[in-house]
Design a protein around this ligand. Structure first.
Ligand code: AMP
Length: 586
């Protein structure tokens, strides 16, 4: 296929067909976009449709949610379609699109399917985890556009099922992700199997050195397009952060979901175990929830995403990797149940909402001991988050009442038999009784909000009877991290598998909390603390030798000493049980 002449033709045709400001020369693409209800191009779409971009390789910084799939779909028109907007006759695929994950590839495939529906272009999708023989049959049958993940495409290429010799345009979608995931060799093998005359469109959210090197090797005189700044400038996502007691994280999730009542919400956990646990716990409370993590098969993932799309499920609990590239237009709420590892993950996760001009909210649930770290991360990422209190049960009840009023006071169109039923009810009960019954019916369908541990400080817990022969421990969380017996006590019980009555005095200093455990259960407590050391966000628990002095360490007693585990004025640790390491792999 002669690239120059195809592009030249498209260039001459440019502006012949305009739908609002979508300046595509291909009538059928313009019509598909209009039918979809898109009235204005996103910045990246406008940029690829510029006359100067039509004949060029493109190196584009654009994020998921920017409308980049439609952007490269439109850009590919010049290589795929003839002057009447129909797909060119061919014996081998004309366009190759490579994406990092199964979800993203399936999503790209869906977008291109509607965009090219009337052009008679056939799209084949080749992704890991799906039936390879079906894919081979689709390729054999003749596909104009092939979309897939690097590994699976390479498989098909090596087995002779995928012929790349006719490729006129190749697209690398989320190229930075693909390199991060170790797909460089696969990409190179695939691109090397395509003709050098092809047009290469490289999309990447970030442009680190390896991407620049890849572009240099496989692109010619590429036009650099960057719309990242203008997208960020729109600020469609508002960020909130809530500092909570570690033992209250799950209850806070419940209250956030209940307060927002989002059409679709996505909750992020750090590990698949935590996804499984939160999914079970929300299901138990009556939320319609699905889970996405590495432990789910492709079929399960497809089922979960479909349930979210058609509204059977409204909440999705996911790991970072499993949620990569997911696009759910109705998703208006993202909750970072466990704080993201770094600012990039924060933005990736949050970017599941606020897509294509819609508004979204991203909420970080921050255990008190982690507040400082999160503040620094937000500052580094220049994300202006509002620190607010977690929603209380009272706030949720008030919001429920407002919602209920707007539902029940909205005008209704009575259906068949409704008036007779209303008359019978009024015959039996007063209007007020009926209204109360209606309110209760509505309320009973909603999961109950949780009472959170109070945020205002409680007094220290003094010596308690029956604690002779007790053992002392320290937790490296002090007043400066908002330590308070009200939330420290449940945390200690959870980490040490003991009950409240088995914890004695609690003394909080500026940088740490010293506490007493009944001698009868001290050994069990130690053992459990070791086993739960991976529980996130709680801080480090260490045993201390002997009974600490009655007074909290003061600088005046030991000038120059710093309070805390390294300080000389407090009791010494006799054993380190746990040092926080990186998260487990997802
Ligand atoms: P993407 O960045 O390709 O993942 O697209 C994000 C979402 O925006 C998809 O659901 C697209 O269908 C949608 N979208 C693409 N272009 C437009 C547009 N011009 N106006 C409104 N929505 C769009």
């Amino acid at each position: 296929m002669d690239r120059k002449s195809a592009c030249g033709r498209a260039g001459r045709l440019l502006y012949k067909y305009e739908i609002m400001t979508f300046q595509t020369p291909f009538a059928l693409l313009g019509e598909a976009i209009a039918a979809r209800g898109y009235t204005a191009p996103t910045p990246v779409q406008a940029a690829v449709l510029e006359p100067g971009a039509v004949e060029r390789d493109l190196l584009v910084s654009a994020q998921t949610g920017s409308g980049k799939t439609v952007a490269f779909g439109l850009a590919m028109g010049s290589e795929l379609l003839d002057e009447s907007s129909m797909v060119r006759a061919t014996n081998a695929p004309l366009a190759l699109i490579i994406a990092p994950t199964r979800e993203l590839a399936l999503q790209v495939s869906r977008e291109l399917a509607w965009l090219f529906a009337d052009t008679q272009a056939r799209v084949a999708t080749c992704v890991g985890g799906m039936d390879a023989s079906k894919e081979r049959r689709a390729l054999n049958y003749g596909a104009h556009i092939v979309v897939g993940t690097p590994g699976r495409l390479r498989d098909h290429l090596e087995r002779g099922a995928l012929d790349l010799r006719g490729i006129a345009v190749a697209v690398l979608d989320e190229a930075d992700e693909m390199l991060d995931m170790g797909f460089r060799e696969d990409l190179e093998e695939l691109l090397d199997a395509t003709p050098e005359t092809r047009r290469t469109l490289l999309f990447s959210a970030t442009m680190p050195k390896p991407i620049v090197a890849l572009a240099k090797r496989y692109q010619r005189d590429a036009l650099r397009i960057s719309t990242v700044e203008s997208e960020r400038g729109h600020g469609d996502i508002s960020y909130q952060a809530m500092a909570v007691a570690p033992a209250d994280i799950e209850n806070t999730v419940v209250n956030i979901l209940r307060l927002h009542e989002a059409e679709t919400a996505m909750l992020f956990c750090a590990t698949r175990d935590n996804v499984r646990h939160l999914h079970a716990s929300l299901t138990e409370r009556g939320f319609s929830v699905v889970a996405l993590s590495g432990e789910h098969s492709q079929n399960e993932r497809n089922y979960a995403l479909q349930a979210l799309r058609d509204g059977r499920a409204r909440v999705c609990v996911a790991t970072d990797v499993a949620a990569r590239g997911i696009d759910l237009p109705s998703l208006s709420l993202v909750v970072h149940v466990e704080i993201p590892r770094d600012a990039e993950i924060l933005q990736h996760r949050s970017g599941r909402t606020g897509r294509a001009g819609r508004k979204g909210t991203a909420i970080l649930i921050v255990p008190y001991p982690r507040r400082r770290r999160v503040e620094m991360m937000l500052q580094g990422a220049r994300v202006p988050a509002e620190w607010i209190a977690a929603p209380s049960a009272a706030e949720i009840h008030a919001a429920d009442s407002e919602r209920l009023l707007s539902v029940l006071l909205a005008p209704v169109e009575p259906g068949e038999g409704d008036r007779e039923l209303a008359a019978r009810l009024l015959n039996e009960r007063s209007a007020e009784d009926i209204a109360v019954a209606l309110v209760q019916t509505h309320r009973s369908r909603l999961p109950a909000p949780e009472e959170l541990l109070a945020a205002d400080a409680a007094p220290q817990r003094g010596p308690r009877p029956g604690f002779e022969g007790s053992a002392w421990f320290r937790l490296n969380v002090g007043r400066s991290q908002n330590a308070d017996p009200r939330w420290i006590l449940p945390l200690l019980c959870r980490r040490g598998h003991v009950s409240r009555s088995e914890i004695g005095a609690i003394r909080i200093t500026a940088s740490e909390t010293l506490f007493e455990v009944s001698g009868a259960v001290a050994a069990r407590f130690l053992d459990a603390v070791q086993r739960t050391a991976d529980d996130d966000a709680d801080g480090v628990i260490e045993a201390v030798q002997g009974k600490p002095r009655d007074e909290a360490p003061r600088r005046a007693h030991n000038p120059g000493a710093r309070p805390g585990p390294a300080g000389k004025s407090g009791p010494r640790p006799d054993k380190k049980f746990h040092r926080k390491g990186p998260h487990k792999p997802r």
